[in-house]
Design a protein around this ligand. Structure first.
Ligand SMILES: Nc1ncnc2c1ncn2[C@@H]1O[C@H](COP(=O)(O)OP(=O)(O)OP(=O)(O)O)[C@@H](O)[C@H]1O
Ligand SMILES: [Mg+2]
Length: 243
C-alpha cells in the first residue's frame, strides 16, 4: 500500500486535528502508527478508510486520488477491511450473521456464496465452534477475531486496525496480535494504530509517529525505534517505555 498526502487538513470546530499533512510514503506492507493520545491517529486512519472527509487537501492510495463525494467514498469504504478498538459487531446477530451481512448487503453475494465464504473464513480462524453465538456469548478476543474475519471476508485491498487490542487482557491481546502477524505473513497490506511498541517495532516494516496532527517522524520501524530523531518521538518513547 502506498499513501501520499498533500496539504491534508481536518478540524473539529476550532481544533485542528490533521494539520497540513504533506508526505509521500514508500510502498509498505505492514505499517504501524504510534503517537500520543489525541494526536490524530484515529482521524488519520478514518480519513484513509473514507470514513472522514478532510476539510481540504488530497490523499492518494496506490497512485489513485481519493475522491470525497459520497458515491466514491462509499465504494472506497467497501473495498477496505477495518477493525476498531471497541468491538463493533452487531450485538443482535450471531458471529456467522455478522460475517454474512456485509457480503450480502454491500458486496452482492448471494446467500449460498456468502455462506461458503463465511464458513471458510471461520474455519481459517478456528472459530467454527462459535458461528451461532452472539457477541455477548464470546470473549473479547473471540469477538475481535470475528471482527477480523468479517473484515477479511470481503477480500479487502488492505486492512486498517485502530488499537484492536486496547480493550483486551494480555492473553487475548497476544491472540489478536498473532493473527495480525499471520495476516502480514500471508502478504496482506495492513496499517495498524497500536500502543504495543514491541509489536510495532518487530511486526511492522514501517512506522509513522503522529503527534499534534502531523506525521512528525516516519521510517523503517526498527530504525525509528532505535534512532528516534525528533525530540517529540524521543520524549514519547521515554514515556511509554518506562514501565
Ligand atoms: N468527532 C469528533 N468531534 C470532535 N473532536 C474530535 C472528534 N474526533 C476526534 N476529535 C478530537 O481530535 C483530536 C484527535 O483525535 P484522534 O481520535 O484522532 O486522536 P488519537 O491519536 O487517535 O488519540 P487516542 O490515542 O486517544 O485514540 C482529539 O483532540 C479529539 O478530541
Ligand atoms: Mg485513537
Amino acid at each position: 500500500m502506498q499513501l501520499s498526502f498533500k496539504n491534508l487538513m481536518k478540524s473539529y470546530g476550532s481544533r485542528r486535528v490533521l494539520n497540513d499533512i504533506t508526505i509521500d510514503l514508500p510502498d509498505t506492507r505492514a505499517m504501524a502508527v504510534i503517537g500520543p493520545s489525541g494526536g490524530g491517529k484515529t482521524t488519520l486512519l478514518r480519513t484513509i478508510a473514507g470514513l472522514e472527509r478532510p476539510d481540504c487537501g488530497q490523499l492518494s492510495i496506490d497512485g489513485e486520488l481519493l475522491q470525497f463525494d459520497d458515491a466514491s467514498l462509499l465504494l472506497h469504504r467497501r473495498s477496505i477491511g477495518t477493525v476498531f478498538q471497541a468491538f463493533n459487531l452487531f450485538p443482535h446477530l450471531t458471529a456467522l450473521e455478522n460475517i454474512l451481512l456485509p457480503l450480502e448487503q454491500a458486496h452482492g453475494y448471494r446467500h449460498p456464496e456468502a455462506m461458503e465464504a463465511a464458513e471458510s473464513i471461520l474455519k481459517r480462524f478456528q472459530l467454527e465452534g462459535h458461528a451461532d453465538k452472539k457477541p455477548a456469548q464470546l470473549s473479547g478476543g473471540q469477538q475481535q477475531r470475528i471482527a477480523i474475519a468479517r473484515a477479511i471476508a470481503i477480500k479487502p485491498r488492505f486492512l486498517l486496525f485502530d488499537e484492536p487490542t486496547s480493550a483486551l487482557d494480555p492473553e487475548m491481546t497476544s491472540e489478536v496480535l498473532d493473527i495480525i502477524g499471520e495476516l502480514r505473513d500471508e502478504g496482506r497490506d495492513l496499517l495498524l494504530v497500536t500502543h504495543h511498541m514491541g509489536f510495532a517495532r518487530t511486526a511492522a516494516d514501517y512506522c509513522l509517529f503522529v503527534a499534534d496532527g502531523r506525521i512528525v517522524e516516519n521510517g523503517p520501524a526498527e530504525q525509528l525505534f532505535a534512532e528516534p530523531k525528533s525530540k517529540e518521538l524521543r520524549q514519547f518513547l521515554g514515556r511509554v517505555m518506562r514501565y
